[in-house]
Design a protein around this ligand. Structure first.
Ligand code: NAD
Ligand code: GLY
Length: 368
């Protein structure tokens, strides 16, 4: 089973292919997008060991030559040092403008490779082969690239679209449950911010999603990417509406930064807690009913998603510190934190006016 979607931006368009076991035939899909039959696979040690051969065999079968750059695994390597390492290697290999990079991995690899592609020789083509649920439903689509700095997350980066996205859900079978749940936070996000029908479908199919039923997973990935494509088409460079894709992220990024991006809390787990905080704030603002807030909280808890900040992270922060980190978010304008809140279930908005007292009380509730 394979489903196809198209992402259109002002200047370009590309396909997202979603299916079961499509990595083994990815070579022929990739070949159609190449100018030179030469690619650079950029991945991490772990994914290389798990799935490297499958991708390489398919490239060989289609007479595509390749070099590999295998980096360390982890969010802590999503930094400018790794970009230096990759771009230097590409130049040593004498990459030319008609070559293509393949981002083979989760969101960390995707963001790093997209950024490298956008700056190497002032821009070369790249293809996304996302291997985590989070990257299949979110990060591989829409062209946001970047790295973290000590000041905060994704503060250096570019908007740079891939030429193709290949999402093979069969790769998710090796993904730890924690990572599946991290991806699910981004899936339910689409339901909450813009697609009430999808939200109800997710709530209704909780049991199927819990058992990783492939048919339902493909449907969830497809409907997530479809929603993302709608937003990216309207606002590729996040001048307005695209900001709603960041529901829960301003809170989540602060939690990640307090934890120094350590593996003890994944990006998706931080987003999951952040979404709950954004929903609490929406409820305090009188936008969503308490019973709806509780319905979503119950769903998260039923799936065993994170809804609370772990004690060891809480103990490292205070209201003042938390807000200081939130203040380095990209949505901050004139020193004012803009929040993504819900008007109701299925509709989000960028809130520049809200009660600071209520924001403080939400943060206090979560850090104390
Ligand atoms: P990740 O890339 O760190 O992957 C999570 C873990 O799963 C890693 O250890 C990885 O090696 C492992 N893994 C990957 N595929 C696997 C597989 N098939 N089987 C077993 N293990 C596998 O994390 P992620 O959650 O995919 O991505 C998070 C990153 O994405 C963050 O840096 C975040 O900022 C970024 N992000 C970017 C966007 C965007 O629009 N660009 C959107 C959302 C998130
Ligand atoms: N993940 C948010 C965005 O792509 O805009």
């Amino acid at each position: 089973m394979k489903k196809t979607l198209e992402v259109k931006t002002g200047t370009d368009k590309y396909k997202i292919l979603i299916g079961d076991n499509i990595l083994s035939s990815s070579g022929s899909l990739i070949k159609k997008k190449l100018i030179n039959p030469r690619v650079f696979i950029i991945t991490n040690k772990f994914i290389h060991k798990l799935y490297g051969k499958k991708l390489e065999n398919s490239l060989k079968k289609n007479k595509i030559s390749f070099n590999k750059i295998v980096i360390n695994d982890g969010e802590q390597y999503k930094n400018i040092k790794t970009i230096n390492l990759i771009t230097s290697k590409l130049l040593e290999y004498k990459i030319d403008r008609n070559d293509t990079l393949i981002a083979f991995g989760g969101g960390v690899i995707g963001d790093i490779v997209g950024f490298s592609a956008s700056i190497t020789l002032r821009g070369i083509n790249f293809i996304q082969i996302p291997t985590t649920l989070l990257s299949q439903v979110d990060s591989a689509v829409g062209g946001k690239t970047g790295v973290n700095t000590k000041e905060g997350k994704n503060l250096i980066g570019t908007f740079y679209q891939p030429k193709l996205v290949i999402a093979d859900v069969s790769l998710l079978k090796t993904l730890p449950k924690r990572e599946i749940l991290s991806g699910y936070a981004e899936i339910i996000k689409y339901g909450l911010i813009m697609d009430k029908k999808f939200l109800h479908w997710l709530l209704d199919n909780e049991s199927k999603l819990k058992t990783y039923n492939k048919k339902y997973l493909i449907e969830a990935v497809f409907r997530s990417c479809k929603n993302k494509a709608i937003i990216v088409k309207k606002d590729e460079k996040e001048k307005n509406i695209r900001a709603i894709l960041n529901l829960g992220h301003t809170f989540g990024h602060a939690i990640e930064a307090i934890n120094h991006y350590q593996k003890s809390l994944t990006h998706g787990e931080a987003v999951s807690i952040g979404i709950m905080m954004a929903l609490e704030m929406s409820s305090l603002q009188g936008n969503i009913l308490n019973k709806n807030l509780n319905k979503i909280k119950d769903h998260f808890q039923e799936l065993k998603m994170k809804t609370k900040i772990p004690i060891n992270i809480k103990s490292k922060t205070s209201l003042k510190k938390f807000k200081e980190i939130m203040n380095s978010d990209k949505k901050v304008k004139n020193n004012h934190i803009n929040l993504i809140l819900l008007k109701n279930l299925g509709k989000a908005y960028l809130a520049s006016r809200y009660s600071t007292k209520k924001l403080d009380s939400v943060i206090n509730k979560y850090i104390n």
